[in-house]
Design a binder for this molecule. Structure first.
Ligand SMILES: *Cc1c(COP(=O)(O)O)cnc(C)c1O
Length: 354
């Protein structure tokens, strides 16, 4: 029996995806070769990456709308600098909602003037700033839709003429949004889409070609688009498993279906956090993430007991990020509702015996 996997990343993947992926490692497409040992230029793999790119756009409802999907390497962290390299001419506006935003800001500063329009650092990144102004002369506005570490999530995005760039690493494909409000979306695969190694980048083609600097080939979105996401050897296995996950998502009913399940899971856990006198939620209630729920135990003396109880209940990955401590339950798309129920059962059992 599989453990209840609340890991923040790399994260849980659907059982049937893991099964198909493991079969393909031995025998891909019934061709008596492994997915790991065929040419990335061979038709079977070209079909895989093309399917993955088109499924990504389909799920986001961005097909035939002037967008291109790429599967790149270097993680979401590489996008922190690629975004600025390709889009920052004079000035960019950044919303600082946590560790990942801060890292994106640090990289972008190498390329131009940075306007940090708002930050929630004053309160330990426990909320999403609102009511900030985005300067009209900014080349783009950058935000992080879901703050994996702090458990906050943007529910609304600013209405602005300035192109919006969004790091959606930890909530992509988890909820319905009008994705056409974004000009560039990026997400490391390992949070909600596949194994580590690939990063999905979705670009509105018309925002490119506006910076004057020379861009190295491997970092140049325009060139990577022209090469159909195959300038060099792509991370074949990560792309393949991402494709399987995107197919799985389509079969079960797409984002609009999984969004309801995700909301059920989040409601179940947050209700317990709020009801149970032993626990306190970390994030501001209106900004709570549906993906990563962060909470603390009020009486430190109960921590060891709680830790051994959830481990015994075969729960994995509940410790908070090393920078915040406490607990974090990551409830990505593939986590079943009954896993959240198991966690809630443990929380109630702790209350009963203490
Ligand atoms: C995990 C994470 C990152 C970093 O991703 P890497 O692929 O490890 O570079 C960036 N942004 C967010 C929101 C994340 O959750």
């Amino acid at each position: 029996m599989k453990k209840h996997n609340f890991s923040a990343g790399p994260c849980i993947l659907p059982e049937e995806v893991l099964k198909k992926a493991s079969e393909a490692v031995i025998n891909f497409n019934n061709d008596d070769l492994s997915i790991l040992e065929i040419s990335h230029r061979s038709q079977p793999f070209v079909d895989v990456i093309e399917n993955a790119r088109s499924l990504a756009l389909e799920h986001l409802n961005l097909q035939n709308k002037g967008y291109t999907a790429l599967f790149l390497q270097g993680g979401a962290s590489m996008q922190f600098l690629m975004v600025a390299y390709n889009l920052l001419n004079n000035k960019a506006a950044y919303l600082n909602t946590g560790t990942w935003s801060s890292k994106a800001i640090k990289e972008a500063r190498l390329f131009g003037e940075l306007d940090e329009v708002a930050s929630s650092k004053d309160n330990g990144f426990s909320y999403i700033p609102k009511g900030y102004m985005i300067p009209k002369d900014a080349d783009y506005f950058h935000c992080t839709s879901n703050n994996t570490i702090y458990g906050t999530q943007m529910k609304e995005f600013p209405n602005t003429e300035v192109p919006i760039v969004c790091d959606m690493s930890s909530d992509i494909f988890s909820r319905t949004l009008d994705f056409s409000q974004f000009d560039l979306i990026y997400a490391g695969a390992q949070k909600n889409m596949g194994p580590a190694g690939a990063t999905l980048v979705v670009i509105k083609d018309e925002i490119l070609g506006k910076v004057s600097r020379e861009i190295p080939s491997m970092l140049n979105y325009q060139l990577l688009i022209e090469k159909d996401s195959m300038f060099n050897t792509p991370p074949v296995f990560s792309v393949y498993v991402s494709m399987l996950t995107l197919e799985w998502l389509k079969e079960i009913g797409g984002i609009s279906f999984i969004e309801k399940v995700n909301q059920q899971k989040a409601d179940l856990l947050y209700n317990e956090i709020d009801r149970n006198p032993l626990f306190t939620g970390f994030a501001a209630v209106e900004d709570r993430s549906v993906m990563n729920a962060t909470f603390t135990i009020n009486n430190k003396a109960l921590e060891t007991k709680f830790d051994s109880m959830w481990a015994e209940a075969r729960i994995n990955g509940l410790h908070g990020h090393r920078s915040v401590g406490g607990y974090r339950a990551s409830m990505y798309n593939a986590l079943p509702l009954h896993s959240v129920q198991s966690l809630v059962d443990v929380m109630q059992e702790l209350e009963r015996i203490s």
